[in-house]
Ligand binder design. Structure first.
Ligand SMILES: [Zn+2]
Length: 127
């Protein structure tokens, strides 16, 4: 746990919302990432240390879960309309899966970091 004395002040949903916007979970103003998914060591605006929060394997779990549900809905709709075509799957659904996965990756990582920040779940034991 990163801090026990002020964890009650950290509200979970605003932190997740800030993370979804790829912003600092504490202030919501500083950017959480530089480049695509590289996390800043600390917030440039409020100085909150961010390097201790690692999404790890929870990130692919969240992304895969979201993308599978979206693609399954599209596939089910296509099949129920009787318009299934193997070429459609090859040229539309596979690229759609890749694009959606890459598009939601930063927001999913930000939301996970926001949740971890609000709950105090970090790799750092004694800060
Ligand atoms: Zn900040």
């Amino acid at each position: 746990m990163i801090d026990g004395n002020n964890s009650a002040e950290k509200r979970v949903w605003p932190a997740i919302g800030n993370g979804l916007k790829c912003k600092c979970p504490k202030c919501g103003k500083g950017w959480l990432f530089h480049h695509y998914l590289e996390q800043h060591d600390q917030c440039a605006v409020c100085g909150e240390p961010l390097a201790y929060y690692k999404a790890g394997l929870f990130l692919p779990f969240v992304v895969i879960t979201v993308v599978i549900h979206l693609v399954a809905i599209v596939m089910l709709d296509i099949e129920l309309r009787g318009q299934s075509n193997p070429i459609f799957y090859l040229y539309v659904l596979i690229p759609l899966t890749l694009v959606v996965s890459l598009a939601i990756l930063p927001s999913a990582k930000g939301a996970i970091v926001g949740l971890m920040w609000a709950k105090g779940w970090s790799d750092e034991q004694d800060r």
